[in-house]
Design a protein around this ligand. Structure first.
Ligand SMILES: NC(=O)c1ccc[n+]([C@@H]2O[C@H](COP(=O)([O-])OP(=O)(O)OC[C@H]3O[C@@H](n4cnc5c(N)ncnc54)[C@H](OP(=O)(O)O)[C@@H]3O)[C@@H](O)[C@H]2O)c1
Length: 273
């Protein structure tokens, strides 16, 4: 894999939640600040302070005297069209374009920016704490080095998983892109069930929240897969088995997840259409 310090000129367009998280990951990971230009008309105070502290330069509009080796598009999909109209000055024939915008296909970018190496990604919000899952798909023009550079950049905020066809990005969106919300809802459900068992509401929420955080840490640290960890805490005839008999019933959680994720994928397809 290439290193952040060894990357060429990087232009980040949009330094909001996601763009800002990536920028902070890149700076922490040792990117050369003089190799980074941020374009954002109105960065937040914290991002402005980060850029001032680290020596990253920023501009309201793409300047005429910079050509990006890598151009990262991190604006909202609704403003993407207007933003792309302004980017010609920073794009050269060898620029690699990386988009993190939900629902914007590679053909959308190719129609507006021309025949360039491009990578479409879908990150999720844990990228803000460097624990994102990032699905990525590259077009045929992206070479091995460009894919390695993209992986270096994206790995600064999480784990990169490449998919083999662009349509899979919609399924990735359904699993990991929207996934954090499912887990947050699980916390809400566990807390509400605890409250119904008679626990004070705030205690039930602390127990549920802490349990999901702890289980996530165990999943990360233990090296075992989820099914093994589950079996390890399920004694035959015990309390966990009593609960799982309901959660794992044929008409319980799995078919609900099947339907929910199918709906998310269908919505992602609609937005991409
Ligand atoms: N958040 C997520 O969970 C998530 C997950 C996967 C993918 N994404 C994708 O990530 C992208 C960014 O989302 P976000 O949540 O980070 O949005 P965001 O916080 O609104 O960030 C977008 C940034 O772009 C700036 N901007 C607006 N117009 C611009 C322009 N003409 N040139 C340059 N910058 C401009 C915005 O400034 P203003 O605030 O002043 O408008 C803002 O700072 C979206 O395309 C989204 O689909 C987000």
């Amino acid at each position: 894999m290439s290193s952040l310090a060894g990357l060429g000129k990087l232009v980040l367009v949009g330094a909001g939640n996601m763009g800002g998280a990536m920028l902070s990951g890149w700076i922490a990971g040792g990117i050369r600040p003089d190799n980074v230009l941020v374009i954002d008309p109105n960065p937040s105070d914290s991002i402005r302070a980060l850029m001032d502290r680290s020596g990253v330069s920023y501009a309201m509009l793409p300047p005429e005297n910079v050509t990006a080796d890598i151009l990262v598009l991190a604006v909202k999909p609704q403003v993407m069209y207007a933003v792309l109209e302004t980017l010609a000055p920073v794009i050269g024939p060898d620029t690699l374009v990386i988009s993190i915008a939900a629902g914007k296909t590679l053909s959308y970018f190719e129609e507006r920016l021309g025949a360039l190496a491009m990578i479409r990604t879908i990150p999720n919000t844990p990228a803000m704490v460097k624990k994102g899952m990032i699905g990525a798909f590259a077009n045929a023009r992206a070479g091995a080095q460009q894919k390695a550079d993209a992986e270096t950049l994206l790995s600064a905020v999480g784990q990169v998983e490449w998919v083999e066809k662009e349509a899979d990005i919609d399924a990735v969106t359904a699993v990991s892109g929207s996934g954090p919300a499912y887990v947050f809802y699980l916390v809400e459900c566990m807390a509400e069930a605890g409250r119904k068992l008679g626990l004070p509401e705030d205690l039930a929420m602390r127990l549920a929240r802490g349990t999901v955080i702890g289980a996530g840490a165990l999943l990360e640290g233990a090296g075992d897969d989820a099914a093994t960890l589950r079996k390890n805490v399920t004694s035959p005839g015990g309390t966990t088995a009593a609960a799982l008999a309901h959660l794992m019933a044929e008409d319980a959680l799995q078919p609900v997840f099947d339907k929910a994720l199918a709906a998310a994928r269908a919505r992602s397809e609609e937005l991409s259409g």
